[in-house]
Write a protein that binds this ligand. Structure first.
Ligand code: PLP
Length: 435
């Protein structure tokens, strides 16, 4: 590995591509966090990936700690996933008709999670947006409750106090989202049960649902306190509202099922994405048959999609879920614990005040002193230190999330060689953060 540890030699081609991109794509990227706005510098344009490594357009290799923001739990270009996609592609890329692959993927999701039925869609944004429409249609009520710092995609009604992407750019809300679009969205502080009880006592008969990240990972990792999820479920049940557990990020990643496998609290509706598409666009929402049967064409709540259940996406998702065995989860858990400890130890050694927060095999590091339990707490951190930490790691071939508000993601492909490279890079990163 010594050759690799010489680190990054040039980013000239990435720079040239970023300039070209800036002329034809707003900000040069198709999703804001990719632009390195929070950490400065030039985003690396990735040309290929294999196992735990990314290779950029200049030929530099990085250990990847983003894993496409979650999906790649088996590592990049996993042979079973590549083969499944190639086989599917040769049979035609989209038909606009039902296929067996959709049924098999739905069966796999139902077998792993508390839902009885699922509808497949193409992004997490669609999944949460549709789940909310269904909750409103089912209950006949207008209002929804969300928590600040929780991200549920970028549909208008959910783009209020929405965590990482928006927080990274310091925007309280997005221009273009009208007051009318968020008028029925009640935003409460995360982990604040008293606020939930209060809002239900006042407006309980108007509230269709509470939507929450099963374990928040979009303001950094901020796990639910004690029985927070359980109490949410009880309060919703008491008032006839639905609980929507957003497992787009945690689903099939932190356990075979998701955060449900850790705390056992089932949402009335659940949303999934990321891992279940194996790196292609696939997501889903599901729940009890009694609720799901209100969806068109079985029921009156409309929802549709030209590419929903796309054969390539379902093939990639199925191959990924079938590969995600108990042994795979044990490997990811072990690798994540190792990296979390390495990072925290390196920072401690350099005297950098920080707080490691863990949720199964997800973790994040806040450059702040105490425990973070909500979005206000997350925003107390010193993001400048994170930028220095990030760039020193990147220069030594370790690609961290380019924002202090994001979780670190590992895969089953992060073997001893990859962990060794991380172990060599992190002390340099910690030293840079200390300056
Ligand atoms: N919900 C959660 C918890 C997420 O983390 C995300 C994306 O990061 C979404 C929803 C939106 O998913 P997508 O980016 O596929 O639209």
């Amino acid at each position: 590995t010594s050759e690799r540890l010489e680190g990054v030699t040039s980013d000239q081609i990435s720079q040239a591509l970023f300039e070209r991109a800036g002329a034809v794509i707003p900000g040069g990227v198709n999703s804001p966090v990719r632009a390195f706005g929070a950490v400065g510098g030039t985003p690396r344009f990735i040309a290929s990936a294999r196992g735990p490594y990314l290779t950029d357009a200049d030929g530099n290799e990085y250990v990847d700690l983003i894993c496409s923001w979650g999906p790649m739990i088996l590592g990049h270009a996993h042979p079973a996933v590549v083969e499944a996609v190639q086989r599917a592609a040769a049979l035609g890329t989209s038909y606009g008709t039902p296929t067996e692959g959709e049924v098999t993927l739905a069966e796999e999701i139902v077998a792993r999670t508390p839902v009885e039925q699922v509808r497949l869609v193409s992004s997490g944004t669609e999944a949460t947006m549709s789940a909310i429409r269904l909750a409103r249609g089912f209950t006949g009520r207008p209002k929804i409750v969300k928590f600040s710092g929780c991200y549920h995609g970028h549909s208008d009604g959910l783009l209020a106090a929405a965590g990482s992407g928006v927080a990274t750019f310091g925007l309280p809300d997005s221009p273009g989202v009208t007051g009318a679009a968020t008028a029925d969205t009640l935003v409460l502080g995360y982990n604040d049960l008293a606020a939930v009880e209060e809002v239900f006592a006042e407006q309980g008969d108007q509230i269709a649902c509470v939507i929450t990240e099963a374990c928040p990972a979009n303001m950094g990792i901020v796990p639910p306190l004690d029985d927070f999820n359980l109490r949410l479920k009880a309060i919703c049940a008491q008032y006839g509202a639905l609980l929507i557990m957003d497992e787009v990020l945690t689903g099939f990643r932190v356990s075979r099922s998701g955060w449900y496998g850790i705390d056992g609290v089932a949402g009335d509706l659940c949303t999934f994405g990321k891992v279940m598409g194996g790196g292609l666009p696939a997501a889903a929402f599901g729940g009890r048959a009694e609720i799901m049967s209100r969806l068109a064409p079985a029921g009156p709540v409309y929802q549709a999609g030209t590419l929903s259940g796309n054969p390539l996406a379902t093939a990639a998702g199925l191959a990924t879920l079938r590969g995600a065995t108990d042994e795979v989860y044990a490997r990811i858990d072990g690798a994540a614990a190792t990296v979390a400890e390495l990072a925290s130890d390196a920072l401690t050694k350099e005297g950098v005040e920080h707080r490691l927060q863990v949720a199964g095999n997800l973790f994040s590091i806040f450059f702040a002193p105490g425990k973070v339990r909500d979005f206000d707490g997350a925003q107390q951190q010193d993001t400048r230190r994170y930028a220095a930490f990030f760039h020193a790691a990147l220069d030594r071939g370790v690609y961290l999330p380019p924002s202090a508000y994001e979780a670190w993601f590992l895969s089953a492909a992060h073997d001893d060689a990859a962990l060794g490279r991380i172990a060599e890079a992190l002390p340099h990163a910690a030293r840079a953060a200390a300056e």
